[in-house]
Write a protein that binds this ligand. Structure first.
Ligand SMILES: [Zn+2]
Length: 238
C-alpha cells in the first residue's frame, strides 16, 4: 500500500501524520491513543488537499490528543457560598457554612457542613474546605496507589513516591526520577477515575512516552481504562 509521511503547522503545534492511499472515495482522519495521526485518502489526492484537510481538523485533533492525555479543562470558579455544590469522589454536596463551637468539615447526606468559630466568609470556608480535601486526598490517593501497585505487581515496577499538589492543567504527571504527582482536584473525581490516573502514571515508570508499548501495558493492567478516561473527561466538563 502506498504510504507517505508529512506534517502541518497549526499555530505553534506541529501535527505529523502518515497517509495511506487506496481505492476509496473519501478521506478519513484518525487520532490514535499513542497520539499518532493517520489519514486514509483516495488515490491521487494531492499533498496540498491533504494538508488543507488536516489543518481544517486541527482543533479536533488537538482535542483528541488532550483526551488521550491527562488534560484538565479549566474549572468553573467557585464562590463558597451556601447552597453552592462541591464534589467529592464524584458526588455532589451542597455547601452549608455556619458558626459553631469548633472548626470542622463534615460531609454527609448530600451536604458539606462547614462549621467555623468565626463568621464564615467565602475565604475562610474555601480555606477550610481546601484543607479537608487535602486530608482526604492524602488518605485516599495513598490507598489507591497501594491498590494499583498491587494490581501491577507482576510488572515489578518500583513503588513511586507520591506528591499531591494543585495543578491547573493536568490530573497527574510522572517525573523521570519516578515520582508521581497527583492533582488535588482529582479527589473530586470518582475513585475509578483516580485509579485510571494513577495507573496511567504507573505505566509511565517503564514507558515514558505514549507509544504502543505504553498503551499495551495500560490495557493489560486496566482493561477498561478507556471507559474510565471517558468518565474522567465527562466529569471534568461539568
Ligand atoms: Zn501520560
Amino acid at each position: 500500500m502506498l504510504e507517505s509521511h508529512d506534517q502541518v503547522r497549526w499555530g505553534r503545534t506541529l501535527i505529523p501524520f502518515t497517509c495511506q492511499f487506496s481505492e476509496r472515495k473519501t478521506l478519513a482522519i484518525s487520532v490514535h491513543p499513542d497520539l499518532t495521526v493517520s489519514i486514509k485518502a483516495p488515490l491521487y489526492t494531492t499533498t496540498e488537499e491533504i494538508r488543507t484537510r488536516v489543518l481544517n481538523r486541527a482543533a479536533w485533533i488537538q482535542r483528541q490528543w488532550r483526551e488521550f492525555e491527562l488534560y484538565l479543562p479549566k474549572q468553573p470558579p467557585r464562590s463558597y457560598i451556601n447552597g453552592e455544590t462541591h464534589r467529592y469522589l464524584g458526588r455532589q454536596y451542597r455547601l452549608r457554612a455556619e458558626v459553631g463551637e469548633v472548626d470542622s468539615v463534615k460531609c454527609l447526606r448530600g451536604y458539606f457542613r462547614v462549621t467555623l468559630c468565626d463568621e464564615p466568609t467565602p475565604e475562610l470556608v474555601a480555606k477550610r474546605l481546601d484543607n479537608w480535601y487535602r486530608q482526604r486526598a492524602r488518605a485516599i490517593f495513598y490507598e489507591r496507589l497501594e491498590e494499583c501497585c498491587r494490581k501491577a505487581r507482576q510488572e515489578e515496577l518500583s513503588k513511586p513516591l507520591l506528591r499531591i499538589q494543585k495543578m491547573t492543567n493536568r490530573w497527574g504527571s510522572c517525573s523521570k526520577s519516578g515520582r508521581i504527582i497527583l492533582n488535588l482536584e482529582l479527589i473530586k473525581a470518582p475513585k475509578e477515575c483516580i485509579d485510571y490516573v494513577i495507573m496511567h502514571e504507573l505505566c509511565h515508570l517503564p514507558e515514558q512516552h505514549h507509544g504502543p508499548r505504553f498503551w499495551r501495558l495500560l490495557e493489560k493492567l486496566m482493561p477498561d481504562y478507556a471507559e474510565r478516561r471517558k468518565r474522567l473527561n465527562l466529569f471534568a466538563d461539568v
